[in-house]
Design a protein. Sequence first.
Lengths: 235, 144, 124, 597
Amino acid sequence: MEITVKIFRYNPEKDQRGNYVTYKVEAHENDRVLDVLEYIKGKVDGTLSFRRSCAHGVCGSDAMRINGRNMLACKTLVRDTGANITVEPILGLPIKKDLISDMEPFFDNYKKMLPYFINEDPIPENGRERLQSQEERARFDETTKCILCACCTTSCPSYWANGEYYGPAAIVSAHRFIFDSRDQAADERLNILAETDGIARCHTAYNCTEACPREIKVTKAIGEVKMAMITGKLD
Amino acid sequence: MTTKTRKLSLKQRGMMSFETQMWIFTRLSALAMYALILFALIGALVMGARYQMNLADVMRWAFMPNVSHVQSTNIPDLAPWMTIFWKLVAIALLLVATAHGVHGLVVIADDYIASERGRKIVRFISMVMMASMSLMGAYIIWTS
Amino acid sequence: MGLKRDVSLAAGLRYRGPAGYLTFILHRIGGLGMGIFITMHILASFFGGRFGGTLNGIYEHWAFQVFIYFCVLFHAINGLRITILDLWPKLLDYQTEAIWIEWAVFIPLYLIAVYVIVRVGAGG
Amino acid sequence: MAKVHQFEVIVVGAGGAGLMAGLYASRGAKTAIISKLYPTRSHTGAAQGGISAALGNYEEDKPEWHTYDTVKGSDYLGDQDAIEFMTSEAIDAVLELEHMGLPFDRTPEGKISQRPFGGHTNNETGKPVRRAAHAADRTGHMILQTLYQQCLKNEVNFFDEFQVLDFIMVNGKAAGVVAVELATGELHTFHAKAIIFATGGHGRIFEVTSNAYAYTGDGAAILLRHGVPLQDMEFFQFHPTGIYKLGILITEGVRGEGGILINGKGERFMPKYAPTVKDLASRDVVSRAIYTEIKAGNGVDGKNYVYLDVRPESVNKFAALDGRTNPDGSPYNITGEQVLAKLPDIIDFCRVYLGVDPITQMMPIQPTAHYTMGGIPTNKYGEVVVDDKGTTVPGLYAAGECACVSVHGANRLGTNSLLDLVVFGKHAGLRAAEYAKQAEFEKMPEDAESASMSNFEALHNGSGRENAFDISNELKQVMFEDVGIYRNEKDMAAALEKVRELQKRFKDVKVTDTGKVFNTELLNAWELGNLLEVAEVVAVSALNRKESRGGHSREDYPERDDKEWLKHTLVTKQNGELKIHYKPVVITKYQPKARVY
Ligand SMILES: Cc1cc2nc3c(=O)[nH]c(=O)nc-3n(C[C@H](O)[C@H](O)[C@H](O)COP(=O)(O)OP(=O)(O)OC[C@H]3O[C@@H](n4cnc5c(N)ncnc54)[C@H](O)[C@@H]3O)c2cc1C
Ligand code: HEM
Ligand code: SF4
Ligand code: F3S
Ligand code: FES
């Protein structure tokens, strides 16, 4: 079928601001939006730029706004978008070119969460694994799925208002460690999140949860971190 | 394999921060307002509002149990509505609502203002606002 | 080089967010609306006179009443939902259902209120 | 002028192998990791099933069995000393990942959980053993995240979104690399004493593949141009279960959990091909079985796909027939919820891309190009070895999928790649740092980046008669069809012809984007150049090897020929010509014998 794709274009070396260009191309309904973009880049306009790698929703490269909502281009099929597709970069990060945003601020926020396992105790004497029950493991399973695609953070109205907010993705990363029974730095992370630009900036707008391509219940994870802060209970 | 519970102290979990405290205050004050409103509503019904007041007037009283909110109704005897008790309830509701509302404004401002200085100014204005609103409101309630 | 991070209100509002986004916006409007109303009311009562009279005139106008009633009712009902979900994060699994319930409670109550206000306001 | 940076050790690539190497190197030397993708976007994150180690957390298991299984899996082409080294390090490697915080699934006692995988057996009974340690079906994702996080914790230097274009050798020693910063288009030279390549594979030479767009064989192609040989490039693994047409991988774990393959007639066909382990036979065996079924007209609706069935009722039915039991001896039984809990991502892929719910429907699958067994030849310390005498290039290392140690031989056993990354990544990192401590910086040539510059200029100045997108598609198609699962002289010769024609046509490609910032068109075109180069090596190596072994199955030479071909292929490029050499296989304990599952 023929589809109409309206794409946000911006060339930093020529344009003062972005504009929209419309392309009419042939596509199959089982094509991914990413396939459509690849086709346009390959056959219509080679200058179109976007990030991609895995092409099946596990690397987090190609978050963009498709028909007004954050998604991964490789996980969105033409079948679901219909014949009119608008593709724009994610909101709230500087734009480098076309659909490519500057991800540095996003990763900076992630890095503030001490996003690594901290346990200063010596490893078990026999050199084997630290034990963890299946329930303890299940406690943070959901947030280990995060691929740092930024769909959530760049859909959050609080983050749009203020890029200093750490954003849902960072809190998801914090959640992954705070609720890991083997980790020992929950207190440090909670104290970082208790700052003004921390978790208080979340007003349960819920855009993040809807945007997450890994179907992480982001708002719920944030809520759990808030309650951990209030009650001090980590299980 | 057994699971051991992990618990953090107040300080460890960030409960000492202004934001966390205000977050919990916002929820608790919301519940408190519900409780006070419900209380005023029941009070009004007990005092005979069912026969002498229309819905709008009852709601007005419920949201702020201040006698001036019933003066324009058909209630024949204002005495039970004018007690110090109700004045205290009204003032409590006022204080909770002002604190909640003004902090709400701070939250909104914090969303948009990220500079250290800007936030300090907002905090200052909000303190002034909260104090003046509370004083003026309490004065009106007390003298009405 | 590059475009700055720039999220205008219009761009933000154009985002096709789900139901939670709408309630968030309305909650904010509600809170602000009530704040404005209460401030006006206190100032009017405190200062009285012509100044008070003018303010009174504004917020007693039926159109303002329709607005403020929306603010109060929506903020209160939505606030209760937020409070409950916040304090029991497990219930966030039922966020969508919670919003449906919320609208189911809000719409009839608000319609009745509007009906009363407009009837009174229109002098009927 | 290019910007210049100086580090003792440079790691190219930030996948599992690169991060592990960087982590270890940074403990002993000033290290930086350069990657064309943000580290967390690397393809290691796509790995699903698990990482193997004879932990024996459920039932008895030993490194020796792991060694034998790997040797057998490799169709005896793997170097047995390297394999022994890897399997003996495996347990500690996996435990180390756990100590770094990797959230493995757990056994009821709280130990690391393991699942069965193709080719993992108890050598005494021949029964499958649970050897693949896993974190749901995103083990690779968790390894990648965990290693990246540890690198952040240890403050390793990163150059994210820098694409390495060239390698600089001075006096026969590694001296540096040239890279382009994607965000500015500027060239940077990185001056180093030791360089570790960990750039991943080149699956993008095939049409149906589970591999990422980024899998363009950059590292292999760059080194090939500098006279380094590529080893065993004819061996490419086709994974039996890719989503029909898209190639997206459905992990072997599905069959580990009891899934079975069903042909168009509704029959389970694997018992015909592997009577003992059936659906859990080694990958090459299963891929060929599927293809044979399809060729015999047993594909679904006569098309080129079959079904993978993990519906609980089918699983339970066949588990009962096979007499499969739980560890405690009770009959194996699984519910829809358990399938969902163990394989959430797979279920999600099927729902999104196929509109199929695996719990109630069967999944249409076809073999998909999956893993590069061959690559840059190295020894077990990651040192690049350029001939059959063990000669190394001082300061040059490789690890991960781009390297060929060779532990995978002619066919990689599932879950051995992740193990390869962490074991050899670690040793490459250690060795590189050790080397850098005693070596001097070589003097960099003045015009280090000129070759890359003229390369780019050529792409800009092409006549524009040809379109890169078309060339790339034609390449993928011909490689998949003619140098794919089944190969023969005639088709491969035609394919090689075609690849060379495409190489010529590539010279007429023109890059229209003249900008500097994120000029992805230019970089993709450069990558296509690498693909063409690597594809030629694959075709030449495959055409040359006149036997069938592991992932290399020839219709015209269907038997394995140990007398003639128990040796590694090495291909070098001299003045644009490919030359073939050989290297003996290291055999320690296990003499080749027929491979039956
Ligand atoms: C779908 C799928 C499932 C798999 N499942 C399993 C499994 O269950 N078990 C298992 O053991 N194995 C599995 N594998 C195989 C395994 O995941 C890979 O072989 C392995 O992850 C490769 O890791 P790597 O570190 O070598 O490369 P990668 O992780 O791909 O990293 C390559 C890195 O090199 C960088 N790079 C490349 N070119 C350049 C350049 N020119 N300049 C700068 N940087 C560059 C990239 O940015 C990237 O960071 C699977 C593979 C796939 C595709
Ligand atoms: C029954 C009465 C009320 C309830 C249940 C209630 C509930 C809440 C809750 C739960 C929040 C937090 C929202 C968030 O953080 O996302 C909130 C915020 C707020 N409230 Fe109320 N509230 C009530 C009355 C009031 C009153 C009377 C005012 C005005 C004076 C007010 C003004 C605000 C403001 C301005 C905010 C901030 C809005 C925002 O952050 O978007 N509220 N309210
Ligand atoms: S939480 Fe979801 S949306 Fe947010 S970064 Fe992680 S995967 Fe992306
Ligand atoms: S969208 Fe933003 S406000 Fe909270 S619930 Fe999600 S982080
Ligand atoms: S390309 Fe990897 S997530 Fe879309």
